[in-house]
Design a protein around this ligand. Structure first.
Ligand SMILES: *Cc1c(COP(=O)(O)O)cnc(C)c1O
Length: 342
């Protein structure tokens, strides 16, 4: 170890970089093998693999952070394990024991430890676990074999010049998920279905689109591939509830921080798109950016501005600083949130 990595950490974006090792484990004859690290970044699978035809796959996304003291730590990887297992249940894929999942993530981070960006660069190591159905199987039925693999790559700071608000547009001619479909699970097909809506929003100059609840098209579901959070004029923390929102680990962590660190009332409830005036600040949250402040939302020719289109609001800033501080080890974490790697 101690290999010299020639990367300008602060100039990194969110792009694939081949690191040295990835983990792979195979499920066959009713059980997982022990799994191993490999230098091969390609998969060799049957042309009839269900993942290729019918989207039988799920992914996760989490990060490893370098602390001020140089230690490397993970943020709530047990929650990613639980969410992947929920996706496995939904798509009839075999569960991955939490210990196996967390151990695989730790092995990959340790094997690529020199790729974990230094503290203070804003860059982090992004970790991508995936499970997919493979093997000879042309009918629409669950696969006979599965691959669970975990790879990682360093990614840059989402905001290099401080938190910058972004604008979003409600596009109610698109749904990302059905009311009781797979919106709550992190499964591949949801993202194929979002590409066209995203492209349209981007062409209109927006960061992404807002999806409404698919049953009534009156309430906010998701902000692109991130969850919505709002701060009301009464200083409450509000986030939508719905049967088709992907349960963001960042969102539930922010809700906990709002309640226990900032002593705010917190609510998971309906957020009506024609009542956005109730919010003085809003944000989109997820592992990649922690929080993207929402400057404005356009809906049916009306623009709702939250705090300012150019400056982050004070409560969103506080939530961001506390959560990112916890992830970097600068702020004391609630019990069980931080897993040390090295
Ligand atoms: C992954 C994801 C999120 C964010 O989840 P985190 O656990 O906070 O990273 C939100 N919405 C969608 C649709 C996602 O895929």
């Amino acid at each position: 170890m101690g290999k010299k990595i020639d990367i300008e950490w602060s100039k990194l974006g969110f792009n694939y970089i081949k690191t040295d090792f990835r983990y792979i484990s195979v499920w066959k004859d009713g059980k997982w093998d022990d799994g191993k690290l490999t230098e091969d970044n390609t998969l060799h699978i049957s042309e009839s693999s269900p993942v290729l035809h019918y989207g039988q796959s799920s992914f996760e996304g989490l990060k490893a952070y370098r602390t001020k003291e140089g230690k490397v730590q993970l943020f709530r990887p047990n929650r990613n394990a639980a969410r992947m297992n929920d996706s496995c249940d939904k798509l009839l894929m075999p569960r991955i024991p939490e210990e196996k999942f967390v151990d695989a993530v730790k092995q990959v981070v340790k094997a690529n430890i020199d790729y974990v960006p230094p503290y203070g660069t804003g860059a982090t190591l992004y970790i991508r676990p995936i499970i997919m159905g493979v093997g000879d199987n042309i009918g629409v039925k669950p696969a006979s074999e599965y691959i669970f693999t975990v790879f990682c790559m360093p990614v840059g700071p989402y905001f290099s010049g401080g938190l910058k608000p972004c604008n979003f547009v409600v596009q109610d001619e698109f749904d990302r998920a059905a009311p009781y479909g797979t919106g709550k699970q992190k499964v591949g097909g949801n993202y194929a279905a979002s590409l066209q809506a995203h492209a349209k929003a981007a062409a209109g100059g927006y960061a992404d689109c807002i999806y409404l609840d698919p049953a009534t098209h009156t309430k906010i579901d998701e902000v692109g591939a991130a969850n919505f959070i709002g701060i009301t004029k009464n200083n409450e923390f509000v986030t939508p509830n719905s049967s088709s929102i992907l349960p963001s680990i960042t969102k539930y962590s922010l809700l906990y921080i709002a309640e226990h660190y900032l002593k705010m009332p917190v609510y998971e409830r309906e957020v009506f798109v024609d009542k956005l005036d109730e919010f003085k600040e809003a944000g989109a949250c997820g592992t990649a950016a922690v929080i993207t402040p929402i400057g404005a939302i356009d809906y049916k020719g009306k623009r709702y501005v939250f705090h300012s289109e150019t400056e982050v609001g004070p409560t969103i800033k506080k939530l961001y600083d506390i959560l990112y501080g916890i992830q970097l080890g600068d702020v004391e974490a609630p019990e069980g949130w931080i897993y040390e790697v090295e």
